[in-house]
Write a protein that binds this ligand. Structure first.
Ligand code: GAL
Length: 342
């Protein structure tokens, strides 16, 4: 493990960048947001390649305007319709920060706070964050732990929290992958496979209609490898509404087991990534709203130059009785893994 300064926040807090390394990969994470800053893996010619978009120092992450590069998004990732839900007969109202809806928990995200380092060693680091009762508008106090752990051929992120009241918990990692290397252009020629037979169609504001639709014979079918670009411009309403792929696929409606959710291959680099998780769904988002963003090493990022795979509970799940419930009961432990292999 190496530790470097990552810059000082506007409030004068010094942040750090922690790098974990083995023979196969290197990841760097910062205590600002517990954010994943880089993943470096060898390409087909053994050239070390950083495959996630991001910024050179903390100021980029602090001023990030709604992209969430590498962030751990919480307490509830994705959208809640009109920022409104009812839990145990009590109404809750959250920030409205995305059209008429709440996105990624609103204006005070976990990703813009400085986290505490709880533990660190050569192969793992654990960050924690105290999230009090009514933080962002959610009931229940909890301490969220995020652990990054190197594996032989990849790494794992674990999320762990035990709330003192019933609440929603749905944390994910929002890395933007470009398997040919960040800043190298489009991902439309990446091949992707998603292990899912159905998805949750949504309205123009990306709130699920509540239907669960089969992917068969639609552009949403990624059960066999195909390029991201193959069907992305098809005349198909879900793609038109979202300006590309920005949808939730159902990978395990039982919400219980660790399972493969997707594989992706960079066409130029030959780098292959596989993700498994015990979350019930995954949002694939093709960077539809990224425009002229100044990132690492002066690289400028644009639309379709990265793809996010966000394991999660389904969007707006709290408002759909037929979706797997994102409620974590008082005293129960939320314990979710995302495993990335290369
Ligand atoms: C994704 C979401 C997109 C977009 C993005 C952040 O998770 O599905 O619609 O808001 O986050 O820019």
């Amino acid at each position: 493990m190496t530790v470097k300064d990552f810059g000082i926040t506007k409030d004068g807090i010094a942040t750090k960048l922690y790098t974990l390394k083995n023979n196969n990969l290197e990841i760097s994470v910062t205590d600002f947001g517990s954010t994943l800053v880089s993943i470096v893996v060898p390409d087909r010619n053994n050239k070390p390649t950083d495959i996630v978009l991001g910024y050179d120092d903390v100021s980029g992450y602090e001023t990030d305007d709604g992209y969430y590069f590498g962030c751990n998004v919480g307490r509830c990732a994705n959208r809640i319709a009109r920022g409104h839900f009812v839990l145990n007969n009590t109404e809750y109202n959250l920030d409205i920060n995305n059209g008429p809806n709440n996105l990624h928990s609103g204006l005070n995200p976990y990703s813009k706070r400085v986290w505490t380092v709880e533990n660190q060693n050569d192969t793992s680091i654990t960050f924690s964050l105290e999230s009090p009762h009514m933080d962002q508008g959610f009931p229940g106090a909890l301490k969220m732990y995020v652990t990054y752990e190197l594996l032989e051929d990849g790494f794992k992120i674990n999320y762990n929290a035990t709330p003192d009241k019933d609440t929603i918990i749905n944390v994910t990692n929002h890395s933007y992958f470009n398997l040919n290397g960040e800043g190298s252009g489009t991902v439309l020629n990446h091949s992707v496979k998603i292990y899912a037979d159905s998805f949750t169609p949504a309205d123009e504001t990306s709130i699920p209609t509540g239907e669960i639709e089969a992917v068969k014979d639609t552009p949403m079918d990624f059960n066999n490898f195909k390029t991201i670009g193959q069907d992305i411009n098809k005349d198909y309403i879900p793609l038109k509404y979202a300006n590309g792929y920005d949808h939730n696929w159902i990978t395990d409606p039982t919400d219980s087991k660790l399972h493969n959710i997707m594989d992706a291959v960079g066409d130029v680099s030959g780098i292959e990534m596989k993700i498994s998780t015990n979350c019930p769904g995954v949002q694939m988002y093709t960077a539809n709203f990224v425009e002229n963003v100044k990132g690492k090493k002066g690289h400028i990022y644009n639309v379709r130059e990265a793809v996010c795979f966000e394991p999660q509970y389904y969007p707006d799940a709290i408002n759909h009785d037929n979706f797997v419930s994102p409620v974590c009961k008082a005293g129960c432990t939320y314990n979710k893994d995302i495993i990335y292999k290369f």
